[in-house]
Design a protein around this ligand. Structure first.
Ligand SMILES: *Cc1c(COP(=O)(O)O)cnc(C)c1O
Length: 223
């Protein structure tokens, strides 16, 4: 198990390095977020032992149950929330996570602003863009993004540092990554959270600064 996971991580690192070379980008600009959702402490420990320090989880409850003991053993780990966040969990999310990739509505902005102020913690925030305008998916529609980002800043006093997207499963990801990069650029945002196991090299070519990679490191998740 540990050897299998270390192999997955090593392979992903090599692919990241190659994609950066091809795109003439500095690998230091690309943060690998190892998505550990559904995996237990033993699997996570083997990835930590291989030097990985940034991890992603998609549920607040799962992260709260799993991570505090791991964080107390490894003080330098950064934890990212990559999944949808309910406003009533903003308090726990601000307390636990160093970055939140799923800011996508006014009520959540309000709850986050309040907790950031109260806890004096400043997680890195990404606004999620629903680039495929999929009804079942979270995120701000591309045509509403500029107004939403202005409201984050002017109405809620939130510092949004970047954008995140999850392209539709049945479409080529490139145009979705390019659209996300274009919206970020015109809004002066530097960070781009895009690319998963199947498409992180494409995302790097199109400017990703944060790639969220789960199964290519940990193996397939149990359903
Ligand atoms: C699960 C998940 C990932 C990782 O997916 P893989 O295909 O396993 O790399 C990335 N982003 C989000 C938002 C996820 O929920």
């Amino acid at each position: 198990m540990a050897a299998f996971i270390a192999n997955g991580l090593e392979h992903v690192r090599m692919e990241v390095a190659r994609a950066c070379r091809d795109a003439r980008r500095d690998p230091a600009e690309v943060t690998l977020v190892a998505v550990s959702k559904t995996f237990g402490a033993d699997a996570i420990e083997s990835v930590i032992a291989a030097g990985q320090r940034v991890f992603g989880e998609n549920r607040v409850q799962e992260a709260k149950a799993k991570w505090p003991p791991l964080l107390s053993r490894h003080a330098d780990i950064k934890l990212h929330l990559i999944g949808p966040l309910q406003s009533n969990k903003a308090k726990e999310a601000v307390a636990l996570f160093d970055a939140i990739h799923s800011v996508d509505r006014a009520s959540l902005c309000e709850a986050l602003a309040k907790e950031i102020d109260k806890q004096r913690r400043q997680p890195i925030l990404f606004a999620e863009i629903n680039t495929g305008a999929e009804a079942q998916k979270a995120g701000v529609l591309p045509q509403d993004a500029d107004v939403f980002l202005a409201a984050c800043r002017d109405k809620y006093g939130l510092t949004i540092s970047g954008l995140m997207c999850i392209p539709p499963l049945d479409e080529a990801p490139g145009p979705h990554f390019a659209l996300t990069a274009k919206i970020a650029k015109r809004n002066g945002l530097k960070l781009l959270s895009m690319g998963m196991s199947a498409d992180f090299t494409t995302a790097i070519a199109l400017g990703a600064t944060h790639i969220r990679v789960g199964s290519a490191i940990f193996g397939e998740r149990a359903k």
